[in-house]
Write a protein that binds this ligand. Structure first.
Ligand SMILES: Nc1ncnc2c1ncn2[C@@H]1O[C@H](COP(=O)(O)OP(=O)(O)OP(=O)(O)O)[C@@H](O)[C@H]1O
Length: 198
């Protein structure tokens, strides 16, 4: 169960996600999709009950719900992806890490645009930059919170094709969507939130 003050978001949820799943979470606004992701990410503890997670935080990539960067955001796509790997106090990357960055940019079809400033990219390109950053550590589990909301059809399927390819290469996917077509086309398992009894 997860409860905020007196508001119970969900009371009874029982599900499992296995390696290789393309696991979709659907439900109306306010049904607790993002809250459930926060539990899975261990940012939030359930009020009661437990989550059994067999992965470390480093093995999980996360693309949060829509973030809009200002048009004057100064970083290039490549610099933004690199940020994830830079460990203070050493602001440089190893040769292996540099290869990881190029692979993440290539998988998200951004190699030709890697030096573009993100603030000047389209919504779909920005979303692919966020995705590239989330996969640069080669996570076993990739979590995406409505990554295609507000994108046009072409940009939406560009993202989905990248995510599907990652899934086919063995990455487990947790995917929040409101889009029944995406659910049908890509999902292998679905959890419906906001139903009676939860
Ligand atoms: N930190 C919090 N404190 C209090 N209430 C919260 C908190 N986080 C979420 N809630 C409430 O819990 C409910 C579920 O919110 P959540 O954001 O998980 O829904 P959602 O299904 O992701 O919605 P949407 O589709 O609109 O993104 C909402 O009523 C929200 O107001």
């Amino acid at each position: 169960m997860v409860k905020f003050d007196q508001q119970v978001v969900f009371q009874k949820l029982n599900f499992s996600i296995n390696r290789g799943d393309f696991f979709c979470i659907v439900g109306p606004n306010g049904s607790g999709k993002t809250t459930l992701l926060r539990v899975i990410l261990e940012e939030l503890s359930p009020t009661s009950g437990e989550l059994q997670r067999y992965l470390t935080s480093k093995q999980i990539g996360y693309v949060p719900q829509f973030r809009n960067l200002e048009t004057d955001f100064p970083l290039s796509a490549q610099a933004f992806v690199e940020l994830k790997l830079i460990q203070k106090p050493w602001p440089w990357l190893t040769t292996t890490e540099k290869t990881q960055v190029q692979q993440a940019l290539s998988k998200t079809h951004l190699t030709a645009k890697k030096d573009w400033r993100i603030g000047q990219m389209s919504g779909g390109e920005k979303q692919r930059v966020y995705l590239a950053q989330a996969i640069v550590n080669q996570p076993q589990l990739l979590i995406l919170d409505e990554p295609t909301a507000s994108l046009d059809v072409q940009a939406k399927y560009e993202i989905m094709d990248v995510v599907q390819e990652l899934n086919q290469q063995g990455t487990t996917i947790i995917f929040i969507t409101h889009d029944p077509q995406l659910l049908e086309k890509y999902g292998t398992k679905t959890l419906h939130l906001g139903e009676e009894g939860q």
